[in-house]
Ligand binder design. Sequence first.
Ligand code: GDP
Length: 447
Amino acid sequence: MPFESLSERFQAAFKKLRGKGKLSEEDITEALKEMRRALLEADVNFTVTKDFIKKVREKAVGEEIFGSLNASQTVIKIVRDELAELLGGTQSRIAIAPKPPTIIMLVGLQGAGKTTTAAKLAKKLKAQGKSPIMVAGDVYRPAAITQLQVLGKELDIPVYTEEGSTDPVQIAENAIPYAVGHLRDVVIIDTAGRLHINETLMDELIHIKEEVHPHEILLVVDAMTGQDAVTAASAFDGALGIDGMIMTKLDGDARGGAALSIKAVTGKPIKFIGVSEKLDGLEEFHPNRYASRILDLGDVETIIEKAQAAFDEESMANMKQTMKSGTFTFDDFLTQLHMIKKMGNVGSIMSLIPGIGKYKKELDKVDMDGKELKHIEAIITSMTAQERSSGNPKMLIKDSRKRRIAKGSGTRVQDVNRLIKQFTEMQKMMKQAKKAQQKRRGFIPRL
Ligand code: GDP
C-alpha cells in the first residue's frame, strides 16, 4: 500500500498523544520529532520535512491547545490539513479545451509508464463520455508503437501512427487534423522518453509543444524512483514547462517520498496516480482524501465513488439497507463480495474505511481472488436457507453440518471453516464500519 510505513508511524505518534489526555508542549515536541523521523525515512525531501514540522508546530501553538481536552484531535486535524497541503492542497483536474480537441501531451523518462498511462487515461476519458485518440510518438522504441496499438485495440480506442516515420514532431502535428476529421475530442500524445534527461529529448519535446500547442503537458513520473522523480520533475518543468504530473507505480511505493515532496519542490500538482499495472489502475488524485487515508481517518468519498461507478441504484439501496439494519448474513456476505469484487480488490476497498488500519491482518484474510469467490459461492449455496439467512456462524459449529456443506459444494471441511472465519471477520468489520461512520459525523474516530 502506498505510504504504508509513514501511515504506521504517524498513527503510532497519534496513539501516544491520545493516551495522554491533556497535552504539554513537550508532548507535542516529542510527537513532532517522531513525525519528522517518519517523513525523512519515507524519503521526503529534507527542506520539505523541516517546513512541514514548522508549520504544524506554529499552528498547534496558535490554536492554544496545551492543557485543553481535545488537544490530540486538534493536532491530528492540523497534521491532516498540512499533509493534504503537502500532497498538493486541492484536487487539480486536467484542462478540457472549450473548443475540441483537447490536446494532452505525455512526457517523461523511459520506463516511467507513459505508454501504459496514455491507455489508462484514454480509458478513463472514454468512460466519461469523451472520444479520445492516442498518438504513437515514441518512434525510437518500436515496441512502444505496437504496445500502444495493442492497448488501443483492447480498449477500442483508435491509435494514430505513421508507419516508417522517424519524426515525432511531424506525427504529432499530423495527428491533430486527423483527430478533428475523425471527430475525436481528446488527443493523447505519447512521446519518446530517454533513460536520462538530455538536450536532444528536451529540444524534441519543446518542438512538439511549439507545433501542437497542447492544453496539458503532463509529466509521467515513477513514484518508486523517490527523490530522482522530484529531480526529473524540476528539470522537465524548467526546460519545457509542465502543467502537472501523473505519478505511476504508487502501488509499489510504501514510502511515498516523491508524492510528498514533488508539489512543494516544483509547485506543480499531481493530477493522477497509477495504482496498478492494469488499465483501470489510474485514479484522479485527491490530496485531501489521501491525507485522511494515510492517517487512517478513512476515505469514504472514494468508496462511494467506486460504488457509484460499479453498481446500479437497486444494489446501492440493498447495500445501504444491510449496513443500516446491522444484521449481516451469509447471503449478504455473498452479495457484498460480488459487489465489492466489481469495485476492485477487496482488501484495497476495505482499507478505505475509517479506523480500519488496526484490522490490517484481518483485511489480508478477506482478500481473495476470483477462484476463491467461486468456492465461497459454492459453499454458501450449499447451506440450507436457514443457515444462509441466520447471520449466526455458530449455527455451523457441528462437524456434521460442515461435512454436509463441504460435500454439497465439492470443497473440504477446512474450506468451510475458512469461509466461516472470513464471514466472522467481515461481520466484525461491517459493525466497525458502521460505528466509524457514526463517529465520523462527530469528525475523527478514535484509533
Ligand atoms: P514508458 O517507457 O514510459 O512508456 O513505460 P511503460 O508504459 O512501458 O511502462 C513501464 C512498466 O511500468 C510497464 O511494465 C508497466 O506495466 C508498468 N507500470 C506503469 N504504470 C504502473 C503503475 O501505476 N503500477 C504498476 N505496478 N506498474 C506500472
